[in-house]
Every structure is written in structure tokens, then in C-alpha cells.
Design a protein around this ligand. Structure first.
Ligand code: ADP
Ligand code: GLC
Length: 485
């Protein structure tokens, strides 16, 4: 075993391929863990954008037939990270996203696409390459869930395994008849293996068979053990509660640094949040909102899905407008929500605006220019946009769920008096409580001294990876020591 070497297995990695925060995490964690003396190498599917970015390519292994076609295991560097890339054209060489086509329809062979990823991760863990032996396999979300299963059913000495849940809503459940084709033995099809409600559950397998389970906030770790938050897996998770921990995400504080951000109109430091005014003006201009420096500007940067609760925001819009506030939405996702925000923007020109699509630079400008960032999620494993908002002085107004509950300190009279508050929280997550939160935020905004204090507290909060990376490093080391004993 090579000390504390970790092989991360993931379907996404920023800046190469991203649909959400998972990519931000797998992109930033290796660098943060290096500071803790933990070396991470990452295994990614060979999507076209990943193959294009890979430098110094070596061919480490050839598979004559990996789920229906030849494949090569490559290694090299991309985005400053050491990568293994599974070049399997029959599985990954296509236009579209990592999980589906351009219309968002899942690829019909996802069971094999991600079984292949997990299988190769497991092979690397079992010593496929003579000069590479990770001590820990770290699997991210359902696409990497079978890694622990392939290791377990190999019957060979295996490295330690950690399964991280970024979102329990995505579980990867497939037909049981695929079992032989997946290369898993009949014995694997049991409640203690990969069986999940009569099918093969990829996430379930990872949760059942990994040595440790982590998720991305302490509150979400507790929520997923309840029937309300467990999405069918709460029983299993309760049973493995002593193996489950919540470790908060951080953000990359180099990429997200308002003082040095090349993607915003006017960089500003922590000492001078008043310099945000120029960014607010730019955001209003860019989104076609009335240029009113005094109007409170709420921003949203989000996938447009049920999870994010933005249908509630559409319903709460009259309350927001009644405060004289404006709304700038940057998002992409479900067609009805896209249509809802487009219609709201036409009904309220100058007051409501939306930019549909995924735009990195615009996300930075919203964080730099909005007075407050709205995150009314129904559930939120961690959430990264509220962390960016804290760092940029956009006061987060959030649902009190998951990681949002753990990272924002509500402006209760006591927290304000104690000088600790960083934002506004609301619960339960429904339209009246969201309206109430919007009104509270607007009242706080009118009290300029208090608002400045909220901004300053948020901008001083540590949202970096330093603390979380230490917790991951401790977890990995503890696990290695335990298995060596
Ligand atoms: P999730 O992973 O559930 O989508 P997170 O808050 O963890 O939520 O992460 C979302 C990430 O995606 C953040 O980095 C955010 O800035 C980014 N993001 C979301 N929507 C957009 C968009 N439309 N344009 C640019 N960036 C976006
Ligand atoms: C998921 C969650 C989000 C979390 C991200 C990274 O996409 O929805 O809350 O921040 O993963 O862990």
C-alpha cells in the first residue's frame, strides 16, 4: 500500500465536466487534501471534453472487451490534477452531457457506462498496475457506487472504501436481469449486497458495502436517516449510522475571490463591500433590470429543478415585488420552470429578469452584484452557491435544510445582537414562509448598519476547503489505521 494514497472515482470534475456541485467538490478536494499530505488521483470517464484536456497521456492498460467494446486506461494531467481516464469510445464518445443527451434524456446504457467506471476503479484498487496501489477508494455518488461491490465480490484483499453521497435523489437503479452482464455473482443480489427494491441499486450497493459513508453536511447526514429525507434508503443508513458522517463542502477560494475575480466588473476586497455597487449596476445592466441603485436586488444561481424550490419563488414573486425589490435569475433545467421565469420577466420588465443556460461568468457577476442570494431548496445536501454568496457579500436567504442550515446563521434578534448573523433562514419550506423571509430580508436591508454587518460577517466566514479537507484526511487515516490493526 502506498501510504495514504486515495483514488477518487467520479463522473464529474470541474473544470473539465460539470453538471453541478459534485464537480466543484471533486475538482477542489485533491488540492485541499494535498495540503494535508494526502495524495489523490482521480478516475474519470473518457468523455470527449476530458480526453481533449488530458496532457502527457500514457496508456496504462488495455481492455479487450469492457462491456461491449475495447477500452484503454489512460493517465495524465488535466487542470493541474493527476487523472486516470477510461477511454471507452463505445460508452463515452458522444455529444451531450455525462448522463444524457442534449435534451436531457438519460443514455439508455448508463448501467454499463457507470459499471465500467466502477469496475476499472476496483481493478486499480486491486493492483491492476504494478506501480499503483491506492490505500483508499473514494467513490462519489451513484455512478461510482458499484466500486465497493466489485471490490467486495472479487474476494481479494482490497483497499479501504468510502462512499460519499452528494445527492440521495439520484440512486442509479437498474433491472435485476443485468446482474450477470455486470459481472456480479448471483450472491451479490441480496439485501446485504446490490439488491434494491427488486433491482440493482448502484448507490445502495455503495452505501451497503463501503467501509465508511460520508455526505456533504452534518444536517443532511441526519436528514437522510429519516423516512422524510431518506428517499427509501433511510433504513439502511440508520443501520449504518455509526459509519456515516457529514463533512461540509468548501469552495475554491482562489476561483471565488471577489478581490481577484476576473469574471466580475469591479473586484472588491473584504474591507470595502461598498465597492459592490459597481457590480450591482453591471448586473442590472446585463440582465436588463432598471438601474436603480437603491432597489434591493435578489439573485438566484441554480439548476431549475424541484429540489431547488424555485416554483415557490415564482409563487412568492408578488411579495418580493411589493417590497420594491428586483429579481435576477440565472438558471437552467426543467422546461416549466424556465417558462415560468421567462413569463415572469415579460410580465415585470425591469423588475424581474432571467438568464437561461449555464454561464460561469454570469454566476460570478450575480454573486458580486446581488444584495441577497435566494436558495429556497426543498432539500439541499450542502449547497455551494450560499457559500459563494457569503464570500461575495450577497446575503444568503435560505431554506433551513441540509447544508443551508449548517452554513448560514439566521439574523434572529439574538444573533444580530451578538454580531454573529450572516443571513436569513426559513422553515418549513413553503410559500408563506418564503414570503416572510423575503420581507424580513427587505426590512434588514433597509437597516443599513445591520445589513453591512451581515455582509461583513459573511465575508469573514471561513468557506474554504481547509477545515473540511482535514476532516476527510482524518477519516482516511483513521480508516487505514483501523484496517491495518
Ligand atoms: P447542485 O450541485 O445541487 O446543483 P450546488 O449549490 O452544490 O448545487 O452547486 C451548484 C454549482 O453550479 C455552483 O458552482 C453554481 O455556481 C453552479 N451553477 C448552477 N447553476 C448555474 C448556472 N446556470 N450557470 C452557472 N453556474 C451555475
Ligand atoms: C449535490 C447537491 C448539493 C451539493 C453538491 C456537492 O449536487 O445537490 O447540495 O452541494 O452535490 O456536494
Amino acid at each position: 500500500m502506498t501510504g495514504t494514497g486515495v483514488l477518487a472515482v467520479t463522473p464529474e470534475l470541474y473544470p473539465l465536466i460539470k453538471t453541478g456541485g459534485l464537480a466543484d467538490v471533486t475538482g477542489a478536494l485533491p488540492g485541499a487534501l494535498a495540503g494535508e499530505g494526502v495524495t489523490v488521483t482521480t478516475l474519470l470517464p473518457g468523455y470527449p471534453e476530458v480526453l481533449r484536456a488530458l496532457q502527457g497521456v500514457r496508456v496504462d492498460h488495455q481492455y479487450a472487451d469492457l462491456f461491449g467494446g475495447a477500452a484503454h486506461l489512460l493517465s495524465g494531467l488535466a487542470a493541474g490534477l493527476e487523472l486516470f481516464v477510461l477511454d471507452a469510445p463505445h460508452l463515452y464518445e458522444r455529444d451531450g452531457g455525462p448522463y444524457g443527451d442534449a435534451r436531457g434524456i438519460d443514455w439508455s446504457d448508463n448501467a454499463f457506462r457507470f459499471a465500467a467506471l466502477s469496475r476499472v476503479g476496483a481493478d486499480l484498487g486491486l493492483g491492476l498496475l504494478p506501480d499503483y496501489r491506492p490505500a483508499v477508494l473514494h467513490a462519489h455518488d451513484w455512478p461510482a457506487g458499484l466500486t465497493a461491490a466489485y471490490l467486495q465480490y472479487s474476494g481479494r484483499p482490497r483497499p479501504a472504501t468510502v462512499m460519499t453521497v452528494h445527492n440521495l435523489a439520484f440512486q442509479g437503479r437498474f433491472d435485476r436481469r443485468l446482474l450477470p452482464a455486470l459481472g456480479l455473482p448471483p450472491a451479490a443480489f441480496s439485501v446485504d449486497g446490490v439488491e434494491y427494491y427488486g433491482g440493482v441499486g448502484y448507490l445502495k450497493a455503495g452505501l451497503r458495502l463501503s467501509d465508511r459513508i460520508t455526505t456533504v453536511s452534518p444536517t443532511y447526514a441526519a436528514e437522510i436517516c429519516t423516512p422524510e429525507g431518506g428517499m427509501g434508503l433511510d433504513g439502511l443508513l440508520r443501520g449504518r449510522g455509526d459509519r456515516l458522517t457529514g463533512i461540509l463542502n468548501g469552495i475554491d477560494v482562489q476561483t471565488w475571490d471577489p478581490a481577484r475575480d476576473p469574471l466580475i466588473a469591479a473586484p472588491y476586497g473584504r474591507k470595502k463591500p461598498s465597492a459592490r455597487a459597481a457590480n450591482k449596476a453591471e448586473l442590472q445592466r446585463m440582465m436588463g433590470l432598471d438601474s436603480e441603485p437603491g432597489a434591493m436586488l435578489f439573485g438566484v444561481v441554480s439548476r431549475l429543478t424541484w429540489q431547488k424550490g424555485l416554483d415557490l419563488l415564482l409563487a412568492a414573486l408578488p411579495a418580493l415585488l411589493a417590497e420594491g425589490a428586483q429579481l435576477a435569475v440565472l438558471g437552467s433545467g426543467d422546461a416549466p420552470l424556465q417558462a415560468g421565469f421567462t413569463a415572469a420577466a415579460s410580465a415585470h420588465p425591469g423588475r424581474v429578469a432571467c438568464l437561461l443556460g449555464y454561464h460561469e461568468a454570469a454566476a460570478h457577476q450575480v454573486q458580486a452584484g446581488a444584495d441577497a442570494l435566494l436558495v429556497p431548496s426543498r432539500f439541499e445536501p450542502c449547497g455551494l452557491t450560499q457559500l459563494c454568496a457569503l464570500r461575495y457579500g450577497a446575503v444568503p436567504v435560505v431554506a433551513r435544510v441540509g447544508g443551508l442550515a449548517d452554513t448560514v446563521i439566521d439574523a434572529s434578534p439574538m444573533a444580530v445582537a451578538a454580531g454573529a448573523a450572516t443571513g436569513v433562514q426559513f422553515a418549513p419550506v413553503n410559500v408563506p414562509m418564503l414570503e416572510h423571509a423575503i420581507r424580513r430580508a427587505a426590512a434588514l436591508y433597509r437597516d443599513k448598519a445591520t445589513w453591512r454587518r451581515l455582509q461583513a460577517n459573511g465575508m469573514a466566514a471561513d468557506v474554504s476547503w481547509t477545515g473540511p479537507a482535514r476532516l476527510y484526511a482524518d477519516l482516511f487515516r483513521g480508516l487505514i489505521a483501523e484496517r491495518a490493526a
